[in-house]
Design a protein around this ligand. Structure first.
Ligand code: AHG
Ligand code: MN
Ligand code: MN
Ligand code: MN
Length: 332
């Protein structure tokens, strides 16, 4: 018989992962190991983030990444830390990252998994002590184990994710992830060096009254988006926008809200990256009863065609996203 998955608040992430694995009789433990590697990278980045102002880790690198953004020192360091943890861990055969143009081969051709990462989300907030995060998503490779992974392994649809999550370096650090059977959050206890289950089986409100978007882009929004936002104002909803997607998403997940990054003249396909931001957060959203769409279809149904493709993103409480979709459909 399959033992109950329920574990009390206060258990460590390691124990939780072990317990979950033991309830799947044929599980080999590789995904568990991969999740532990990601948690380790998260602890290391937590440490770097916390002392960034003391050890000259703030500021830019003076170069642009493949996205055309000026890369911050912590973007680069988080990317390196993640790659190192995943290479050493051995379970990932390839990594794709917001910060690198091409597939990163780990050398572990026998690894079964592909990991997509936004190593540091919210770069513009690093130097001003505002919440930032890491976003990850995991796929099983489709090419034979033992061979060099290819683009086919990396460009799978969002529905093929086997796990996804984020680490939010906020007023406390929290790791939130899902392997497809619910979402759980683990708060980092600095004194123990452990992630502790603090938010078991997260469910998100069906409706909410928080909306999050960059209001400075207003003039570039399409009419239906403006109409929806006007409605939010008329209802005197609360506007909350940090500029760290992971922080805005986490708040809305717990409190009930909608996050919008519509297409703009500057980013006609939207700004956010489908593989590193859209897919993982949409996976978590659906797991908690929320909805994520690009305005045309569910984010998870999109078939990606390139590593760094962008997408409009409307994500959050189902009642709110449906109301917005009503405007978008009427506008077509
Ligand atoms: P990143 O720091 O990983 O490049 O992501 C930045 C993203 C996202 O975190 C945030 O919500 C959005 O960009 C903010 O964009 P604007 O400054 O255009 O509002
Ligand atoms: Mn960036
Ligand atoms: Mn990001
Ligand atoms: Mn980033």
């Amino acid at each position: 018989s399959i033992p109950s998955l329920a574990l009390p608040v206060g258990v460590t992430l390691d124990r939780y992962i072990m317990h979950k694995q033991s309830s799947f009789p044929f599980a080999t433990g590789e995904l568990s190991q991969l999740l532990r590697d990601i948690a380790l990278a998260g602890k290391i980045i937590h440490r770097e983030v916390n002392r960034a102002g003391l050890i000259d880790l703030t500021g830019g690198m003076g170069i642009q990444n493949v996205q055309g953004e000026s890369q911050q020192k912590l973007d680069v360091i988080a990317n390196i830390r993640f790659k190192r943890a995943l290479k050493n861990g051995g379970e990932a055969c390839a990594i794709i990252s917001e910060e690198e143009e091409d597939i990163i081969y780990t050398g572990n051709h026998h690894g079964k998994y592909i990991v997509a990462i936004d190593p540091l989300d919210g770069s513009s907030n690093i130097d001003v002590n505002v919440s930032i995060g890491t976003i990850f998503s995991i796929y099983r490779r489709v090419t034979p184990v033992g061979t060099l992974p290819t683009m086919v392994d990396c460009l799978q649809s969002g529905r093929k994710q086997v796990a996804a999550g984020y680490i939010l370096y906020g007023s406390s650090t929290i790791l939130v992830y899902s392997t497809g059977s619910g979402v759980n959050g683990f708060t980092y206890d600095n004194s123990l060096g452990e992630f502790i289950l603090s938010h078991p089986d997260i469910s998100s409100p069906k409706d909410g009254s928080i909306y999050s978007c960059n209001d400075g882009n207003w003039d570039m929004f399409d009419e239906p988006v403006k109409a929806y936002l006007t409605d939010c104002r008329r209802k005197q909803y609360t506007a909350r926008y940090i500029g760290s997607l992971v922080g805005d998403f986490h708040r809305n997940l717990l409190k009930g809200g909608i996050y919008l990054y519509p297409p703009t003249a500057k980013s006609p396909q939207g700004k956010l990256r489908l593989l590193y931001e859209g897919f993982p957060l949409a996976f978590l959203a659906e797991q908690t009863g929320c909805v994520a769409t690009d305005g045309v279809q569910p984010i998870l149904d999109i078939e990606p065609t390139s590593l760094h493709q962008r997408t409009p993103l409307y994500i959050g409480a189902p009642v709110m996203v449906q109301a917005l979709s009503g405007y978008l459909e009427a506008g077509q």
